[in-house]
Design a protein around this ligand. Structure first.
Ligand code: CMP
Length: 132
């Protein structure tokens, strides 16, 4: 049994995609083990995405992530880190497999509706960031 962090980003919450995203997890047999709606400050977003601080998109990304409420979810299940990444699709929605969340709903590489931890180490950090 494994856990991972998912975030429904501000574009997902503002466009009414919370239920759609959660139902995709549940229909795939993934358990929602924690859930919180939060409005991050710019500093919160910078701390969460610190791994990307040298990237050219860091300022824009942290502006976007603090622009409205997000939903942080703990997902639980077997091999759930990889399964969540498959359900989300590639970061760049134009490269995502048809039927994935990002391919269906993302509008650009930044506004890609969902985030998911990419490794056991990042899952541990990211779950701990939102759920103490
Ligand atoms: P996420 O999986 O949350 O991880 C980092 C985020 O940065 C990514 O999704 C996108 O929302 C955003 N981003 C913006 N531009 C890029 C880019 N060129 N490459 C990767 N991620 C980007």
């Amino acid at each position: 049994m494994e856990r991972t962090l998912s975030i429904i980003k501000p574009d997902g919450t503002s466009r009414g995609l919370i239920g759609e995203v959660i139902s995709r997890f549940e229909k795939n047999g993934i358990k929602i083990a924690g859930m919180k709606m939060i409005h991050l400050s710019k500093d919160d977003a910078k701390a969460f995405y610190a791994v990307h601080k040298e990237r050219p998109f860091f300022d824009s990304l942290t502006d976007f992530m603090s622009s409205g409420p997000i939903v942080a979810l703990i997902l639980e299940g077997e091999n759930v880190i990889n399964r969540n990444r498959e359900i989300m699709g590639a970061t760049n929605f134009t490269e995502a497999v048809p039927g994935t969340i990002r391919r269906c709903f993302a509008t650009d590489i930044e506004k890609n509706v969902v985030h998911g931890s990419d490794s056991p180490e990042s899952a541990e950090f990211e779950i701990g960031y939102f759920f103490q």
